[in-house]
Design a protein around this ligand. Structure first.
Ligand code: MV4
Length: 448
């Protein structure tokens, strides 16, 4: 087992990882930027090292600075958390060459997952259902037209290096396909330095359902049920829940088994997420694999009673998973609310500033994962999440009731947050009925 780990992240996930290390008896090293000198993650760690200026390019994305810190502090492993360097294959490779264990999948697996075309090829090989479309990159508009005629409109043009919806264009007819093809390529080139695009049938009003997997280096791969992440705005998730309110046991089992097959074909070791679209006929289609621990992992931890960060660390140290597939049981219902320092009444404008008075939510069925405290100043340099409220109850109905109570308990004066928006969402009859899709927020909750 590791005796000393460096946490290459900030905010709530840094705390989450430090806590898992402490539970395992592992010493910790926190790194921080100049903007984070008063951050809680520094107080939770055994040692702290400043790695650069506020802008992430000079600090949390600064590979030489992080590696230097790891060498100086003499750690055996680095946990990257989510965002920042978590899906950077080059960073994972540098760690490897410095004899530091990167707590995540291999550089090769990260590279394959990061290329959506390569990932889709793996999925097809693993006999995982994929959205009908081009089998591979589409090089010219003539080919794009032929594919669209074969699969039928509407189609979606996607960037192979994509993410966050960039380089994506919907086309409902041939002229818009031609325009969209060139626009998507130009956008992908500008955003990712890679103009490769592919084409899929456009699934209308899908739900976003993802399967959590864990794989060790001894050939054990398990799935831990699904998360429904349909509630999002501009590709930023707002709320995630497990189980998905409309998934039946058979579909869940087939999705889980598909995710496990994919992990095996990809030679994947660590925690990971296989993303699917679920259409209105309850057919599911693979879209992407995320090769990191995700923001929304706590809902899975709550319904499965597992500690995903702990398992991730154990697997990276070469230990076998602590449980088998038949031990995984989904109990009750969990919902996560991302509390962001954003004003939902001002088009989600970021609202950094100092938290004047603060009362965290608590009580039965409530988990609060956050790095903030009274007097803490939310810096403007990073993403705006100030906490995650996770409720866990025996049923979805009870989870919603507890969420209302917890959101009302939460007090965070001095900055605007997304908490009031969630109270309105929880009153919406479609949400309460579990009838949401990826367009829900734009339909009902964008500027009225
Ligand atoms: C799709 C789709 C419909 N049909 N693919 C958005 C970002 C990327 N992760 C994949 N995305 C989508 N792919 C096909 N063939 C709709 C989306 C999509 C979406 C997916 C998940 C969650 C929110 C979304 C919001 C808009 C579009």
């Amino acid at each position: 087992m590791f005796s000393r780990i460096l946490v290459a992240n900030r905010g709530e996930i840094a705390l989450r990882i430090l806590r898992a290390c402490k539970d395992l008896g592992i010493e910790t090293v926190a790194v921080y930027s100049e903007a984070d000198k008063d951050s809680l993650h520094l107080r939770f760690a055994d040692e702290t090292i400043c790695i650069g200026p506020p802008a992430s390019a000079g600090s949390y994305l600064n590979i030489p600075a992080i590696i230097a810190a790891a060498e100086i502090a003499d750690v055996e492993a680095i946990h990257p958390g989510y965002g920042f360097l978590s899906e950077n294959a080059h960073f994972a490779e540098v760690c490897q060459s410095c004899n530091i264990k990167f707590i995540g999948p291999s550089p090769e697996a990260i590279t394959q997952c990061g290329d959506k075309v390569a990932a889709k090829e793996l999925a097809a090989r693993a006999e995982v259902p994929c959205v009908p479309g081009s089998d591979g990159p589409v090089e010219d508009e003539q080919t794009a037209l032929e594919i669209a005629r074969r699969i039928g409109f509407p189609v979606l043009i996607k960037a192979a290096a994509g993410g966050g919806g960039r380089g994506m264009r919907v086309a409902h007819n041939e002229p818009s396909l031609v325009t969209g093809f060139h626009a998507a390529r130009a956008e992908a080139e500008a955003a990712f330095n890679n103009s490769t695009v592919y084409i899929e049938k456009f699934i209308e009003k899908p739900r976003h359902v993802e399967i959590q997997i864990l794989a060790d280096t001894h050939g054990n791969v398990v799935h831990l049920g699904e998360r429904d992440c349909s509630l999002q705005r501009r590709h930023q998730k707002l709320l995630e829940e497990s189980p998905c309110p409309v998934l039946d046991d058979d579909t869940r089992r087939r999705m889980g088994e598909a995710a496990v097959r994919l992990a095996k074909v990809a030679n994947y070791h660590s925690a990971g997420t296989v993303e699917f679209l679920l259409d209105r006929d309850k057919d599911f289609y693979f879209i992407e694999i995320n090769s990191r621990i995700q923001v929304e992992h706590p809902v899975t931890e709550q319904v499965t009673g597992t500690d995903l960060i702990r398992e991730m660390i154990l697997v990276a140290a070469g230990e076998p998973l602590s449980f088998r597939q038949e031990d995984v049981e989904l109990r009750g219902h969990a919902i996560e609310f991302r509390i962001n320092a954003e004003d939902p009444d001002q088009n989600f404008k970021p609202s950094p500033g100092t938290i004047r008075s603060f009362v965290p939510p608590a009580g039965p069925g409530v988990r609060w994962d956050s790095h903030v405290y009274e007097g803490y100043t939310v810096p403007p340099h990073y993403d705006s999440m100030v906490g995650k409220l996770i409720v866990h109850r025996s049923s979805r109905k009870l989870a919603i009731e507890t969420a209302r109570r917890a959101l009302q308990e939460l007090q965070m004066d001095g900055i605007a947050t997304t908490a009031p928006l969630f109270l309105r969402i929880l009153e919406h009859s479609d949400f309460c009925a579990g009838e949401v899709d990826t367009g829900f927020i734009d339909r009902y909750f964008t500027p009225r």
